[in-house]
Ligand binder design. Structure first.
Ligand SMILES: Cc1cc2nc3c(=O)[nH]c(=O)nc-3n(C[C@H](O)[C@H](O)[C@H](O)COP(=O)(O)OP(=O)(O)OC[C@H]3O[C@@H](n4cnc5c(N)ncnc54)[C@H](O)[C@@H]3O)c2cc1C
Length: 509
């Protein structure tokens, strides 16, 4: 096992020099270095050491309560005490008011160190944003300080046995009573539906206030504090993320408060989706980066075979091993750049159609990059990759979910080829962005020309859906190539400029 080392330099290089985050008003490079440095210490010293043990022990359901693996509660209390749960919350609510771009760096490090714990803690920024946009002043006062201090963790209760990708069939029902709203029904797959780390839990629940025929227009958003009327009926036995409790929740006349307008629940949920999707893409980046880190260390140390000159070789001396190491690094660094550029666009808010176009692209590519890099990591470590000892197999198992939750990748590909191509100039702005990132237009021209012609064809097609996957893959290939031109151009700001230039040249080839 190699100790987790937070990729601080890579993240700061990407935010500052590739994505040019200084364009965001609230950005402060010194603060970013400081915050990412401090969090790296916590991740390396406290959070990452619990990753393998948490995976082995798993979360358990005991007498109706979820018990997190040993050590998780203490790690969480330290996180909360240090204020990390309130990183992006406004100072007026007890938070630190830090830019989401800095928080993205922290979040990636958290996921690389321990995805299972990250996903239970990292629903909080989204919950705070939802309450700020849609909650009443009293709901905000009641919950945001508790979320920011770590007293409360939050959940996002959407999925039901018959409502997964298609939320229009949600059956959980909310009704008004003399004492206020009450919710009845069942939710499944709820991350952190219960845990023993925070004093209380805020559940954000999508429930039906209209008729079944109203579809998504009959859905409203509610908040419920933890209460005996909300019980955990089981936790799922999963291929990965064993330490993250994925709960089935039963609501029996649970007291609830309406958040926002009746019938506008999905709209409220979707306002926080773009950031959440980039966060999931960065979970993929985190796995890609950590698997690359493990493989690079391992292949530099293990002697196998001979070099062309007949000398004892390290694994990394073999051309095919180098090919796989390069692919991992290209995926990790490239996907990170794609996400950071998208995030900066989201924060600037000047090209909303571009941000809409980039978000599903990042979600799909980032999640796939994590799975692919972890898979290469297993191959690179040979038989040891298949064992638990070096934990690349855990990264492969844990990374897999990112292509499924927060909207399955197929749905994002569909969005790209429908809304992305037909609404508001997102594809034009994407084409312009490619030009801004790539100063050598000839190097990307073959892919760019292919993309333009597919884009033109699909925007006229009656039914572009059968080509949705191909279009997403081609768009990602183009975006990755353009990002790597930018990375190559800025390589002199990175601690390993020659390595980055080598990877940039390979991507252009
Ligand atoms: C570990 C874990 C944690 C989760 N956490 C949460 C949580 O905190 N809160 C919550 O509410 N839910 C959560 N989920 C649920 C998750 O969001 C759903 O699993 C996901 O939305 C897919 O729904 P489904 O499983 O019903 O798959 P289905 O909807 O049955 O889809 C199966 C597959 O069919 C394809 N597909 C389906 N519909 C379409 C379409 N319209 N277009 C193209 N392809 C399509 C996709 O490839 C998809 O992967 C979690 C799930 C897991 C496993």
């Amino acid at each position: 096992m190699f100790d987790f080392k937070a990729p601080q330099d890579d993240i700061l290089f990407s935010l500052v020099h590739v994505a040019d985050a200084a364009r965001i008003d609230s950005w402060d490079s010194d603060m970013a270095t400081d915050i990412i440095g401090h969090f790296s210490n916590l991740a390396e010293g406290v959070i990452a050491p619990l990753n393998a043990s948490g995976d082995a022990q798993g979360a358990r359901l005991e007498q109706g309560r979820v018990r997190m693996p040993d050590g998780f509660k203490n790690a969480y209390l330290q996180l909360a005490d240090d204020g990390w749960q309130g990183l992006t919350a406004p100072e007026s609510f007890g938070g630190m008011g830090v830019s989401p771009a800095i928080a993205a760096g922290v979040s990636e490090i958290f996921s690389g160190a321990n995805h299972a714990l990250q996903m239970v803690c990292n629903l909080v920024p989204g919950a705070i944003t939802t309450l700020r946009r849609f909650g009443t002043p009293s709901q905000q006062q009641d919950w945001i300080p508790r979320l920011a201090s770590g007293e409360a963790l939050s959940t996002m209760c959407l999925s039901e046995p018959s409502a997964g990708s298609d939320l229009s069939t949600i059956r959980c029902r909310a009704r008004t009573t003399e004492t206020g709203w009450q919710i009845d029904g069942e939710k499944i797959f709820i991350s952190g539906g219960d845990q023993d780390m925070s004093d209380t839990i805020l559940h954000l629940v999508l429930a039906r206030t209209g008729t079944d025929e109203d579809g998504i227009r009959g859905l409203s958003l509610f908040l419920c504090g933890a209460q005996p009327a909300i019980s955990v009926t089981r936790i799922e036995d999963k291929m990965g993320l064993h330490a993250s409790p994925t709960c089935q929740l039963r609501f029996d006349a649970a007291a609830a408060e309406l958040v926002g307008q009746e019938g506008e629940g999905l709209k409220a949920m979707f306002t926080l989706m773009n950031h959440a999707r980039i966060d999931v893409a960065l979970q993929g980046v985190a796995h890609a980066s950590r698997a690359a880190q493990i493989a690079r260390l391992y292949t530099a140390e293990r002697r196998q075979g001979r070099t062309q000159k007949g000398e004892t070789a390290m694994l990394a001396d073999h051309a095919d091993v180098q090919r796989m190491l390069d692919e991992q690094a290209i995926l990790a660094i490239g996907a990170r750049a794609m996400c950071h550029i998208a995030l900066v666009e989201l924060e600037l808010g000047t090209r909303p159609a571009l941000a809409e176009f980039l978000t599903p692209l990042c979600k799909v590519f980032g999640s796939q990059a994590g799975i692919r890099s972890a898979d290469l990591g297993i191959q690179l470590l040979g038989g040891y990759g298949y064992l638990r000892e070096y934990a690349v197999e855990q990264h492969w198992r844990d990374a897999r979910i990112a292509a499924i939750y927060e909207g399955a990748n197929g749905i994002h590909e569909k969005t790209l080829v429908t809304r992305g191509l037909r609404q508001g100039g997102g594809a034009d702005e994407f084409a312009a962005l490619i030009g801004e990132l790539a100063d050598d237009a000839t190097a990307i021209e073959p892919v760019f020309t292919e993309w333009q012609s597919l884009r033109t064809k699909l925007s006229r097609d009656q039914d572009p859906l059968p080509a949705a996957h191909d279009f997403a893959a081609l768009s990602a290939k183009l975006y990755l190539q353009a990002c790597w031109q930018r990375i190559g151009h800025m390589a002199h700001h990175h601690p390993e400029p020659q390595y980055l230039s080598h990877l940039a040249n390979k991507t252009a080839a």
